[in-house]
Design a protein around this ligand. Sequence first.
Ligand SMILES: Nc1ncnc2c1ncn2[C@@H]1O[C@H](COP(=O)(O)OP(=O)(O)OP(=O)(O)O)[C@@H](O)[C@H]1O
Length: 274
Amino acid sequence: MPNSERLTRDGSLQKNQQERYQSKQQNKPQIVLQLDKLNKIFNPDTPLENHVLHDISLQVSRGELVALVGTSGSGKSTLLNVMGLLDVASTGELRIQGQLIQGHMPSGLSEQQRTQLRSEAIGFVFQFHHLISAFSVLDNVLMPLMLRYGKPSAEQTAYAEYLLNEVGLSNFIRQSTNRLSGGQQQRVAIARALVTRPALVLADEPTGNLDTQTADEVFNLFERFNVEHECAIVIVTHDPRLSARCPRTIRLSDGRVVYDGASADLPSVFTAGL
Ligand SMILES: Nc1ncnc2c1ncn2[C@@H]1O[C@H](COP(=O)(O)OP(=O)(O)OP(=O)(O)O)[C@@H](O)[C@H]1O
């Protein structure tokens, strides 16, 4: 753990006040994600060719909370997968923290470099959380670190426990995940997404199979971590109540960005049938 961050006795994390102040003072929007004229064509040059994303250009800065909305089939998951380096765009440029991942460069990133960058910079939360029921709650959260470094350090374990405490699961740390409710499992998935301290968290319908109250509680966690960890979060959601709680909304229609701005200003014609 860096010197500036200390676990307090109650398990919460304190950042050096001066550093917090300085980072607020600098206050420069730090671009975490940048897409320039990005296109995705599935099965190109075949009878099954499907041009799904069209000239997508956008930026997401540190600390932003963004809803990605649009009707079914508009390309949200495809875009999220490209942003998260789970899929490759057909044309256009993609930068993560200023680093050109895809585009015009002498030699593109190798698969290994992409995997490393993905595990360092990006956390994922999916509707179906893909937890491993044979492992404890704590080991599920530690999984991204174990895959990267092998046996987690005491410091990494303490941070995972801190996150589980923050999502209200400190009493479940040693239990198997299959004894948890859907909402609790999604909380584990959120802690797992944050354990590598990613600059960017991508969530694909993370509340999609939760009841309204549980969805609100899970969304509260995204809001809190967005502020406290200053990570950028992009959430795909069909729930207009939740997208309204994100300061910014990007709306796709047939693979094109048709709105990118303040959620409060989203024309009502777009809020119907999210
Ligand atoms: N691997 C693939 N091969 C071919 N076409 C695909 C593939 N993945 C997605 N598509 C197509 O891309 C389009 C966009 O799909 P995508 O899943 O991104 O939409 P979505 O907005 O996330 O939809 P939903 O809200 O229903 O999840 C759809 O027409 C889909 O059939």
